[in-house]
Design a protein around this ligand. Sequence first.
Ligand code: MCA
Length: 507
Amino acid sequence: MNTARLRADRARMHKDKPAVVLENTTYTYGELDREIARYAAVLDAVGVRTTDRIAIQLPKTIEFVFLESAILSVGAVTLPLNPDYQPDEIEYFLSDSRSRFFFTDRERFRRAAHVLRSLPGVRVLLTDDPDPAGSHAMPREPIHAGTRFERTYPAGGDDVATIIYTSGTTGRSKGAMLTHRNLISNMQALHETWEWSSDDILLHVLPLFHVHGLFVALHGALNAGATVIMHDRFDPSRTWETIERGKCTVLMGVPTMYQRLVTHWEGKDTKPDLRSMRLFISGSAPLPETLFNRFEEHTGYRILERYGTSETGMIASNSTDPAGRKAGSVGHALPGVQLRIVSAQGTDASPLEVGEVWVRGENVFKGYWGMPDKTSDSFRDGWFRTGDMGYVDREDGNRLYLVGRANDLIISGGYNVYPKEIENVLEGHPGVREAAVVGIPDHDFGERVTAAVVLTESAEVSADDLIRYCRERLAGYKCPKRAVFVDALPRNAMGKLRKDILLKRIS
Ligand code: MCA
């Protein structure tokens, strides 16, 4: 089965029903399908072929929604990119993925034009404006407008549908290849577990280019025939207003969003009416118990926490029955997903013993694009090693608790940041001898990216200079919020960096 074909089937069932409401414009399922078909015809006309990688760097717009489905319907592979990525990052993703097409807007094209010139194999198409030199406007109508274009959905099953880039411990991002089967099996598992129905109204406040906002939220809701009300960016005040006005039933967010929502609630004289709400779902970062409790005290709702990764989609979830939700636990494995907790010795951990979470099932990705060694390193006997550490409570039906990470990872506001990538950028500055990046606990972002820097002897560089230097090369969420100068980085007798000591020293 092809993911986009499922979308078209739903459109036939719910033709006149609102599918997406973005800001003040409503698109019914029928209109959505017509636009997807039109975009698919354009893709065909510009020469997109099955298995081509097609990168999209767009803000949260309806064009993104049309394009993403259209690409899948012609059997090509989507490569959704953060609209905040800087030119160096874009260059890496386009060249590493050997993308043939890059869909973006005028603003981002202008920003990255100098690196795009060095990638002649990539055809740039703008979704918003006629072409500045070096790009092409996306045709508004299929070039062969007279002939009707039939979508044939040439890819499905184990064919790759999308490549999601995730940062890596070495500093080099890896493209996780997710197949149509991966996406569909996970969507069906969540459909059953969260009891999605066509009566649902999802308030969508997440970015669209990641697993959470794209597959779990958007695909999940459209597959159910539900209505998606979309905000182009997260704002706590608007979120509460829309829940009440739009009679929403489901919200998905990262803990930073729930933190801001509850703080906003506390300051409101008249509290919003939440009676339409069925589920407040949280993921992408650990939900602190204090936040779980505070949200329930104020709103009367227990947040439903679930757990996943880019490589596997969703793995575990708490239940739709509020009594079955526990603070600090990500719940039980989803239908069709198998879990193991494996000790450092490579054997199954004993009950309540902490080990690494390993996962198997149709949800597990095909491998990292162009990185067979990294792919085989991340699997053992068919099990994907998540790098997350946790334990299960067998007395409670193998309920999963996560306690940390096996490797060096910072999660800031629901985005994964691998310190090595930031350290590499900082160490590229001529005034920096070495740098170490850590995540300092933070009330709002969960962890705050912080750099400790040893300067070269003659360097005259301020902390602001270094942050600006990072900002020109990295998306904003990866940039250190603070840079601290130190004489030397703490190391053990073997010369190994002691980030635990550093963290205490600069917190
Ligand atoms: C924005 N900024 C951040 C972050 N987000 N800094 C650190 N961490 C962040 N998460 C920076 C911007 O670069 C900017 O910096 C400044 O903060 C303000 O930007 P703004 O856009 O106004 O930010 P915001 O609206 O406050 O954004 C916070 C946010 C956002 C709404 C929490 O980060 C967000 O949407 N997070 C969701 C991430 C997500 O979808 N993750 C899913 C991954 P400057 O001023 O320098 O420009 S999928 C996943 O993890 C797995 C599979 C799963 O299980 O879901």
